[in-house]
Each structure stands twice: as C-alpha cells, then as structure tokens.
Design a binder for this molecule. Structure first.
Ligand SMILES: [Zn+2]
Ligand SMILES: [Zn+2]
Ligand SMILES: [Zn+2]
Length: 228
C-alpha cells in the first residue's frame, strides 16, 4: 500500500451522545481544504483542515468535558494502519477513533464499558460502602442489559442508574418506575445474581432486594421530609 485515501472516524456526539461514524476521503481536502463533520442531530462533531494535505488540524467537541480539543496530525496518521484515539485529557478517555474502518469498529466495541468499570475509572469505588458487592451487582446488571433482559414493564429498555453509597437506584424516565437494589452486603449479590431478567413495574417503586431494610429507609425519608 503506497497511498490510502479513505479513513473512518467514529466520535461520540457531545449533544445527543450517539456514536457517529463518518468516512473521510483524502480528496475531500482538494477544494477548500476543510471538512466539517456533523452528527445526525445537527450538532458539529469535528472539523479537519489542511492547506497542503500533509499536515492536518483537527478539532472536536468533547462528549466528556464539553470543551473543544485540538490535534495536529500527519497524513500518515489519519490515513494510516492503526486506530488513533481521540482523547479527552481531563478524564483520560477517548471520545472516538480515526483509522481503518475495521480497527475503529473494534476499538469502539472495546470502549463500550460497563457502569462498574466506569465507576472505578472515575474513582467512585472508594465512595461505596462495599465496593466489591457494588461492582459485582453492576456487573450482573450489565450482563442483563447486554442480553436485553433489563428494563421497565412500560417498554423502556434504557434505565437510568444512580449509584449511591449503599445502593443502586434504577429509574425509568418513560414512566415513574423506580427500582432499588441494596449493595452493601454479600446477601445482596446472591439475590441479584439469581435473577435472569429484571423489569421494573410500571409507575411503581420496587425494593428489589432486602425489602425490610428498604422499608426502614423509606420511613426515615418520610420523617425527614416532615421534619423539613
Ligand atoms: Zn448528535
Ligand atoms: Zn474533553
Ligand atoms: Zn417505565
């Protein structure tokens, strides 16, 4: 291979969060020397400019920190053999990749981290009362989500997770369903790992494990509200 003219860019949109794929031809720079990539939602993803088609200035809006990051790249890097990560210096994570289609696709696949891995990466592990239990439960929820066995009875499969010190709260944003999973003792793990699917009950709050303790907590909350 002497000259490769097509490359693939995958980048997460800072506005809608979708991972967008774009093909980029070296010939796109023959005219005005600038290429703007837009997301399907209309937001700008990335701009690449070059005067001489040897050196390229890339800028992208970062899905993690919201800032614009800049990169100076040689032609051989953009139209090269490896997937180059588009990183965010703030969180040391990549919002996307540039490179051969196959390598970019593979890198994106590996990038899809579970919430547990993210929590560790972001340093939340120490905040949990029992990190081991929390991470094992998150792992199991991740497995259920991958098999499409996690969701809400109303049909929504994208639950919102809230991680607290001793529990995980699952919310359905399509209805009012809430699920509470305690994650502070080993018993909590066995209960959750025994579940092959988990669907919240539409418009209801469900204390998924350890209901006794759950009632105690919700009572405490009520008293707290009254007191205010
Ligand atoms: Zn978008
Ligand atoms: Zn950033
Ligand atoms: Zn729902």
């Amino acid at each position: 291979m002497i000259l490769k003219t097509n490359t693939t860019i995958a980048i997460q949109c800072s506005q809608c969060g979708e991972l967008e794929f774009h093909a980029l031809s070296l010939f796109a720079f023959s005219g005005q020397g600038r290429k703007d990539l837009l997301c399907g939602c209309g937001a700008g993803l990335m701009s690449i400019a070059s005067r001489n088609r040897q050196q390229f200035n890339a800028s992208y809006v970062c899905a993690y920190c919201g800032e614009t990051h800049y990169l100076k790249l040689n032609r051989q890097v953009i139209w090269g053999k490896e997937a180059l990560p588009l990183t965010c210096p703030d969180v040391v994570a990549s919002v996307g990749y540039i490179g051969p289609k196959q390598k970019v696709t593979q890198a994106c696949h590996e990038r899809e981290k579970s919430i547990g891995e993210l929590a560790v990466e972001l340093g939340y592990e120490e905040e949990f009362e029992n990190p081991e239990v929390m991470l094992r439960i998150l792992d199991h929820l991740h497995r259920l989500a991958k098999k499409s066995d996690l969701g809400c009875a109303c049909g929504n499969q994208q639950l919102t997770f809230e991680l607290l010190q001793d529990r995980i709260e699952l919310y359905c944003e399509c209805c009012e369903a809430v699920g509470v999973i305690y994650a502070d003792s080993a018993d909590n793990v066995h209960q959750i790992e025994g579940m092959n699917s988990l669907y919240l009950e539409e418009n209801k709050t469900w204390l998924i494990n350890n209901p006794l303790r759950g009632q105690h907590i919700s009572k405490a909350n009520k008293e707290e509200k009254k007191w205010r």
